[in-house]
Each structure stands twice: as structure tokens, then as C-alpha cells.
Design a protein around this ligand. Structure first.
Ligand code: ZN
Length: 302
């Protein structure tokens, strides 16, 4: 009670100071203080999308692109924000990652597409990413970044040499690579279970994907945690939560024959390039080949 009064007051003062105000969060239904309207949010996504595509490149596989678009639109229609114009794209990167940009843009790398064992695992992650958009996580994060940036900008103005360290990546890429924090990730996992269940998938399969990621990480022997995991709750916690929630949603929706679709998914990703794409250049017997530009030159020893 007390809290809601102070939020209202903060929002009111905030509106006057920053010409923006409170908006209802589409997922929680609660009022929150945001600096960005829905129209601005959509404009941010429109501006970022070409930057993201320029950075990674689109993965050249029309059948798989069509598949994620169809599943994405089906899921967006049952989400908390069905009216946004969503776009779903596979980018040409070997890294295992998926990310979302405000306004309705969702990206999967070809690296993550090759790691799913079935459609249900894919659907869980798809729901997670749509969840970041429907719960407006980037917009909230943007507000926090903005409030922090006032400090940075003040610092830059005082110490001009610092300016070159600010903004090393384009604005669109910063949005795409933004991390949301654990609470937002937990909320997105929840939404991932809900949305994938609502389109008939077995959401408990998403837990299996966390296991794959862990195994992958252990096998590679690197300390480097994939971006998808680094700011997220521990995989064990996520597995337990997802399994429990999946049961709740199966009951709620009376989902008796939840889809997993293993064989059809594996057929879809059959022949996919795993790791670096040789078309981007490779070295063999001391010679560097760049097939796309028909270039080859010897690499000097050492
Ligand atoms: Zn996430």
C-alpha cells in the first residue's frame, strides 16, 4: 500500500521532470516508471534491427528462417503483447545465443539452433526471448542505464579523453547484447514455459536444454560462459523451476499430448554448419582460402 503510493508520487514527479511517466507493465499489470513510450520502443527496435543484421549477417537457410517466423508469430499471438509487429531471425554466428530487442525483434544464432534436440526445447527459449519483450525488460534496463549514464556523461564532459571509451558498439548492438539481470531472467523463464505450453509444447523439455548447455560448457573446458547463461540464475535452479512450472501449465491447459517433435526438428537442422563457416575463410596446408571471394594466399610459416 505504502509502496504503491510512493511509486505513484515518484511517477508523478518523474513525469514532470522528464516528460515521460508511468505505464502499465503488460505482464504484471503493475504500474512502473518508464522513460520510453511504446512508440519509442518500436522505433528503437526498427533502428537496431539493421545494425544487428549488419553485424552478424542473416543465416542463409530460408526453410529454417520460415520455421522460426511461423513458430514465433504463433507464440506472439498468445503472449501478453499480441499487437506488436514481431520479426524472428536466425543470424550467422557459431556462438550459442538468443536475444531480443525492444519492439518485437527476436534473434537466434545458427549456433543455438544446432544445439536444440527437439522443437520443444527451441520453443522454450523462443518463449523466454518473447518474454523479455512482453515484460519490457530492455525498456526498464534502458531506464536504469539512462539514470547511470547521466553520471557517465557528466564524467565525460569533465574528462574529455574518456569520451573515446564510451559507445564502442553501435546503439543497436548495445541493445541486442544488453543483459537484464536475474529477476528479469527468472520472469522470462516463467513466460517461456507459459508461452510454449500455450502453443502445445512440452515445456519441461526446456530444462533439458539447460543440461545441454552445461555439458557443452564442461566439454569445451573453457571458463567462458555463454552470454545466454552469464546473467541468468544457475542452470540447476532454472531446471527445477521450469520442470515445476511445466507441470502446472500442463494441468491448467489440460495438455495431455504435449509436443516434443524430436525427429522433425533434427531433420530440419540436418546439414547445418556447426562452428565457423568455411565460407568465411579457412586455412589448409598453410594456405588461406576465402571461397566467397575466390581468394587464396599462402600463410608465411610462423
Ligand atoms: Zn534472457
Amino acid at each position: 500500500m505504502k509502496i504503491s503510493v510512493s511509486i505513484k508520487r515518484f511517477c508523478f514527479v518523474g513525469s514532470i521532470l522528464l516528460l515521460s511517466g508511468c505505464a502499465m507493465n503488460p505482464v504484471t499489470g503493475r504500474k512502473q516508471f518508464v522513460l520510453i513510450s511504446e512508440a519509442q520502443e518500436i522505433a528503437m527496435g526498427k533502428e537496431s534491427d539493421p545494425q544487428v543484421i549488419a553485424f552478424f549477417g542473416l543465416y542463409d537457410n530460408p526453410t529454417l528462417q520460415k520455421f522460426i517466423t511461423e513458430k514465433g508469430l504463433e507464440m506472439a499471438a498468445v503472449s501478453h503483447r499480441p499487437n506488436l509487429n514481431y520479426e524472428f531471425k536466425i543470424v550467422d554466428s557459431p556462438v550459442i545465443n538468443a536475444f531480443a530487442v525492444p519492439g518485437g525483434y527476436v534473434y537466434f544464432t545458427r549456433g543455438i539452433m544446432a544445439q536444440f534436440n527437439n522443437e520443444a526445447e527451441f520453443a522454450g527459449v523462443l518463449g523466454h526471448e518473447i518474454g523479455h519483450i512482453t515484460a519490457r525488460h530492455s525498456v526498464i534496463q534502458q531506464r536504469n542505464a539512462f539514470l547511470g549514464q547521466i553520471g557517465i556523461i557528466a564524467g565525460v564532459i569533465l574528462v574529455p579523453e574518456l569520451a573515446r571509451f564510451v559507445d564502442p558498439l553501435s546503439y543497436g548492438m548495445q541493445l541486442a547484447l544488453m543483459s537484464f539481470g536475474r529477476d528479469a531472467e527468472r520472469q522470462s523463464d516463467k513466460l517461456g514455459v507459459e508461452y510454449s505450453s500455450r502453443i502445445g509444447y512440452d515445456a519441461s523439455e526446456m530444462a533439458g536444454f539447460f543440461e545441454t548447455l552445461e555439458r557443452q560448457q564442461a566439454a569445451s573446458g573453457t571458463q567462458e560462459v555463454p552470454e545466454f547463461l552469464s546473467t541468468h540464475p544457475s542452470p540447476e535452479e532454472r531446471q527445477t523451476t521450469v520442470e515445476e512450472l511445466a507441470i502446472t501449465w500442463k494441468d491448467k491447459l489440460k495438455l495431455t499430448n504435449a509436443k516434443i517433435n524430436r525427429d522433425s526438428y533434427l531433420k530440419r537442422i540436418d546439414g547445418m554448419i556447426v562452428g565457423e563457416d568455411p565460407r568465411n575463410g579457412f586455412v589448409e596446408n598453410g594456405v588461406f582460402f576465402l571461397p566467397t571471394l575466390k581468394i587464396l594466399f599462402p600463410i608465411p610459416v610462423g
